[in-house]
Design a protein around this ligand. Structure first.
Ligand code: DGL
Length: 266
């Protein structure tokens, strides 16, 4: 019988954005074997209904459980607001980590008292996000900025074209003009734009994302349940609901090269 800790961890996003979280998990927990599902066939989740996203998350959770995953990470802010409560109800004993925009740390960090949030429409319109603001942002001004179009470009492997640059600039400029000194990257795709963002914002403006915090939370949960792997880790395995060939082509840009890409057909 293999020890329970040797089981893999399932990491899920609507597309390649969750690879920014996968990288943090791999850094903090190098002994863990990782499975990654990208629902690229249904991107972007930011413009989909919560009911649709919940159904997709159920299908992926079911798949991870069939693969023997000991835990699941919803490496997607939009999927978390739509589905984390539903999955917790279905699998109360299964360690599940979701993610939300880093409002709390941003409210603590800002000196200007103005914080900007870049995220998907789905995340920004959710009741869960409103509750997050109520809880942690009473003493600061929060300006939200939905960013349609960014996810699709990143999915195509574009991190720096003139089109992307112009779109991003249009989202960031109003936040800077309003006096934001802290920008929350509230979608797991956006950390891949950090190099480009660094060219657009003054050095005094901080960028905050939650990938590393999610990895730490995952470690805490596994430690509590004595589920940490002793290693060595198996190579990460990938599934996509769109073309495996496309994911294989852009993985070297966003993760590292991998032949372990299969089709996710559910
Ligand atoms: N990566 C997802 C997030 O963190 C959203 C991307 C999408 O719109 O599908 O919100």
């Amino acid at each position: 019988m293999p020890e329970a800790g040797a089981a893999p961890i399932g990491v899920f996003d609507s597309g390649v954005g969750g690879l920014s979280v996968l990288a943090e998990i791999a850094r903090l927990l190098p002994n863990e074997s990782l499975l990654y599902v990208a629902d690229c066939g249904h991107i972007p989740y930011g413009e989909k209904s919560p009911e649709f996203i919940r159904e997709r998350c159920r299908a992926v959770a079911q798949f991870f459980r069939e693969q023997g995953a000991k835990a699941m990470v919803l490496a997607c802010n939009t999927a978390t607001v739509a589905a984390v409560a539903d999955l917790r109800e279905r699998y109360p004993e299964w360690p599940l980590v979701g993610m939300e925009p880093a409002v709390k740390p941003a409210a603590a960090a800002t000196r200007s008292g103005v914080v900007g949030v870049l995220a998907t429409t789905g995340t920004l319109q959710s009741a869960k996000f409103a509750a997050l603001l109520d809880r942690f942002a009473n003493d600061v001004r929060v300006i939200t900025q939905p960013c349609p179009g960014l996810v699709e470009l990143i999915e195509a492997g574009d991190l720096s074209s003139p089109v992307l640059r112009e779109l991003l600039q249009g989202y960031v400029d109003p936040l800077l003009a309003a006096g934001c000194d802290t920008l929350i990257l509230g979608c797991t795709h956006y950390p891949f734009l950090k190099p480009l963002l660094a060219e657009m914002i003054p050095p005094s403006v901080a960028l905050i994302d939650t990938g590393a915090a999610v990895a730490r939370q995952l470690k805490r949960l596994l430690l509590e349940r004595e589920l940490l792997a002793a290693g060595p880790a198996q190579p990460a395995q990938f599934w996509t609901s769109a073309s495996p060939e496309h994911l294989r082509n852009i993985l070297p840009l966003l993760w590292s090269s991998s032949d372990n890409v299969r089709s996710f057909e559910r």
